[in-house]
Design a protein. Sequence first.
Length: 309
Amino acid sequence: MPIATGIEVLAKAHEGNYAVGAFNFNNLETLQAILEAAEELDAPVIVETSEGAIHYAGAEMLYEMVEVLARKVSIPVVIHLDHGKDFNIIMAALRAGYTSIMIDASSFPFEENVRQTKRVVEIAHAMGVSVEAELGTLKGIEDNVSVDERDATLIHPDQAVTFIQETGIDYLAPAVGTSHGAFKYKGESKIDYERLKEVKRRTGIPLVLHGASGVPASLVEKAEKFGAKLAGAKGVSDEVLKEAVACGINKVNTDTDLRIATVGAIREVLAEHPDEIDPRKILGPARAAMKEVVKRRIGLLGSAGKANL
């Protein structure tokens, strides 16, 4: 199928009260795993590249890989720039053909976030490209965080409404308690559901959950068995993720889980077959492991069977 825009896919998720999986990739094997899993489950999917991935492989190369493989599947595929902070990288992604862009100016004061976001929206919309932005700071909620500290970090519903009106974004990533990476929480994962529901009610647009990898114990145990150092790694539980979707999340980002699955599979091959020098036999099991991660995530998000809605 032709590559879809972000809003084409997420507007349906918003209307149908489910979430679409958004998965980061840097190479061919990861992209193959994502698309094969989504195709088997008949699920729309968003493939994402970070600015680091663009530095690593180039925006044009990453786009062309997606364009070629998307023609071979029957599901909607979106190619998205994740956490675009460098205006030059954002423009490179737009020129390459990306169909969804995230402008992340959330580290700036509100007014500057609005200014930078609005500038990108004007350019991207003129090219028919959807835009995501972020409000608040992604910092996991802990039990000992004070109310004032929590409010200083998380999104404010009133600001969210103003932000959307002034920028014209298509979907919003609200800070509601998640955090990036494999070491998100000291205790259990927490999300401010009431705040999330209020933002959804007030804004009426698709919402995005960042820092949402689950960091499954099985993946961590396998990676550690073969030498990885991941003690203390902990992510968003299945129950928390499903509740977040029920409260209005329509796009869920996943990167860390794919990395851990890859590292575990590669380490296993190298440990058990130290004479192996064929990259295909080393990376093939990693691709299979990532595919299972993607299928499991899609199952949690409720997007299976929704490709042609």
